[in-house]
Design a protein. Structure first.
Length: 247
């Protein structure tokens, strides 16, 4: 158990930051995934120097590393296709982190990969379809839930102060993904990191959703915008530059 806690703590050091901004004096350095409050709304720092401004009212603004506006996306747009979460590969129930770990979720189910490749094409990338055996315990004040699956895979869920972390191991005891979810102001932030370096970052609030998918296979980024109903309204594929995809 001590080794697992050490491992879990180490993952926090290598995953992109999920912070609302430091309180110390002077401007603090930022990292991809960071959130900052600004006069224009919430500023989300992206990879390759890009950034997204999510205002309280009006369209979201995507800027490149030079500060040029690449896209303006109105989340009030209606659409009739898969949800933003599904487009990002986050096909999970709203009550997932507070409910039963049934083992029936498929994080990559129906994933539309950026350039024809399946994100995180790893063995046993999804949770086993068979229900697992759930065990609950508390160590050093931290509630821990473990799910052991018949094929030897396992899921560990830590309720850390301020956020929830889930780590999925395949039947060979190799880590497949680490998933963290927390609330920052009115935004729910989810980060799912895969062993091959691929990741998902998902931001959701009352007005809609925004997500970033990085595919380590071809080093490409997919940006997905969804309205308050969870319907995808705009998708962008970013490598050296960002290009909008047809829905």
């Amino acid at each position: 158990m001590k080794k697992l806690f050490l491992f879990s703590a180490m993952t926090l050091l290598v995953l992109p930051h999920l912070t609302a901004g430091a309180k110390e004096k002077g401007p603090a350095p930022v990292a991809p995934g960071d959130l900052r409050a600004s006069g224009q709304g919430t500023l989300i720092f992206l990879d390759e120097g890009r950034r997204l401004t999510w205002p309280a009212q009006g369209p979201l603004l995507l800027q490149d590393a030079k500060g040029q506006v690449v896209a303006q996306v109105d989340l009030r747009t209606k659409a009739s296709r898969q949800s933003g979460a599904e487009a990002m590969g986050l096909t999970v129930e709203e009550t997932d982190l507070g409910g039963s770990l049934s083992g029936k979720k498929k994080y990559l189910s129906g994933k539309k990969a950026p350039t024809g490749r399946r994100l995180g094409a790893l063995p046993d990338a999804g949770l086993p379809a068979e229900a697992g055996t759930t065990t609950q315990s508390t160590v050093m004040g931290i509630p821990i839930t473990t799910v052991a699956y018949p094929n030897g895979a396992s899921l560990w869920r830590f309720e850390w102060p301020g956020f929830i972390e889930e780590i999925f191991f395949d039947k060979k005891k190799s880590m497949v993904h680490n998933r963290q979810t927390r609330k920052l102001g009115g935004i729910t932030v989810t980060l799912q990191q895969y062993a091959d370096g691929s990741f998902l970052r998902h931001y959701q609030q009352a007005g809609g959703e925004f997500g970033v998918t990085f595919d380590a296979n071809d080093r490409s980024y997919r940006l997905v915008f969804a309205n308050a109903a969870g319907e995808t309204v705009s998708e962008w594929n970013c490598e050296e530059t960002c290009a909008q995809e047809n829905l």
